[in-house]
Design a protein around this ligand. Structure first.
Ligand code: TXA
Ligand code: MG
Length: 335
């Protein structure tokens, strides 16, 4: 069985460190979602992680460091990257940086790209574990590839129920509940927002011109990667992703019979409401939590109320659109 570990128990902490040092996987809490961690310098451990998640090898992983100083000592950053890092770390920002020559990180972590995505998570336990391990951790979200990200240890358990090789550090519910924002600021004149996240386009504006992936679609030359299935610009942006097991429909005002209805801002008939007060931060924290819950109930499909497409609503709609496109059959459903 997959085992839950108490983060306040020194023996459990030692066991988790020992497992990671040996190249095994441990699920760790972050402020965004739970991650499935292995040491980033171990090719075999990273390949086992891809296999365990069922993740395509072309989809690179984020490497998590204990501190901004550790990143600065390893990567040559331009002043824009440095300013973003100083402002947002520790926190829900992932920076795509040039990979220095002879870096000790396994090349399969970044799918053999010339770049590496890097983040310093805002979670004391996880940062202290990375510090004591003495090696950064490759850590994708702790779900099977394509499925909903986990925001609690129970979600990790549900995706990997009978897996004797995974320990889960129980840090309770994640405080933010949606993944980090992935940004490429290697060209400081044009910062690319590769995956919308908790940090919004507006939050990034003080640091320069921002183009988002929707802008990039119209201007392939500004992306550092060709947009082919084998090398998407940020493969978490694969069209179908972040999906519950049931079909999901967006922008619904009248749900069908036998359909769960995820409301927003006091929707009548809602099975659950992402935020009865219409607060987008509360809705983003509840999104995966509520979708996990509704996915366990005996409904045929999940309908979601319209979410305003501004600020964090853009991130919520991004995840919902990917979840919706994972089930082509839901095109046949109508309200
Ligand atoms: O909040 C988060 O970012 C969580 C927690 C655990 O840190 N992690 C997470 O990891 O969401 P994952 O593997 O589920 O998503 C990583 C995203 C993917 O969209 C991947 O394509 C992108 O980061 N990515 C990783 N390396 C990249 C690179 N070198 N260039 C462009 N995108 C990259
Ligand atoms: Mg993921």
């Amino acid at each position: 069985m997959t085992q839950k570990m108490n983060i306040h128990n020194p023996q459990h902490r030692e066991l988790m460190i020992e497992q990671i040092l040996k190249g095994h996987m441990v699920a760790l809490p972050t402020e965004t979602v739970y991650g499935l961690a292995v040491r980033a310098d171990d090719d075999q451990a990273v390949m086992n992680l891809f296999k365990k998640k069922g993740r395509p090898s072309f989809n690179p992983l984020i490497v998590h460091y204990a501190s901004w100083e550790d990143v600065a000592a390893t990567f040559a950053m331009n002043s824009c990257e440095e300013n973003l890092a100083r402002h947002f770390w520790p926190g829900p920002l992932t920076l795509v940086l040039d990979r220095p020559p002879d870096l000790y990180i396994a090349s399969c972590v970044s799918a053999n790209l010339p770049t590496l995505a890097v983040r310093v998570p805002d979670h004391d336990f996880t940062r202290s574990l990375i510090r004591d391990i003495g090696c950064p951790l490759a850590m994708p979200s702790a779900n099977r590839s394509g499925r909903l990200s986990p925001t609690s240890p129970e979600h990790v358990l549900a995706d990997f129920p009978h897996d004797g090789t995974i320990l889960i550090a129980d840090g309770g519910a994640c405080t933010l509940g949606l993944e980090s924002t992935v940004v490429d600021a290697r060209n400081p004149q044009q910062i690319s927002l590769l995956r919308p996240g908790i940090i919004t386009k507006e939050d990034l504006k003080p640091w320069g011109n921002i183009s988002s992936s929707s802008d990039l679609k119209n201007n392939k030359s500004s992306s550092h990667l060709a947009k082919t299935p084998s090398s998407p610009s940020s493969p978490g942006c694969l069209t179908s992703h972040y999906a519950p097991s049931r079909p999901l429909r967006m922008n619904v005002t009248t749900p069908l019979t036998h359909e769960a209805f995820l409301g927003f801002s006091g929707s009548p008939l809602a099975t659950r409401d992402l935020s009865p007060q219409g607060c987008l931060r509360e809705a983003s924290k509840n999104l995966y939590h509520d979708l996990h819950l509704l996915d366990r109930e005996p409904f045929t499909s999940i309908a979601v109320a319209p979410i305003p497409n501004q600020g964090l609503g853009i991130t919520i709609n991004d995840r919902l659109a990917r979840a919706a496109s994972s089930h082509p059959t839901n095109q046949n459903l109508s309200s």
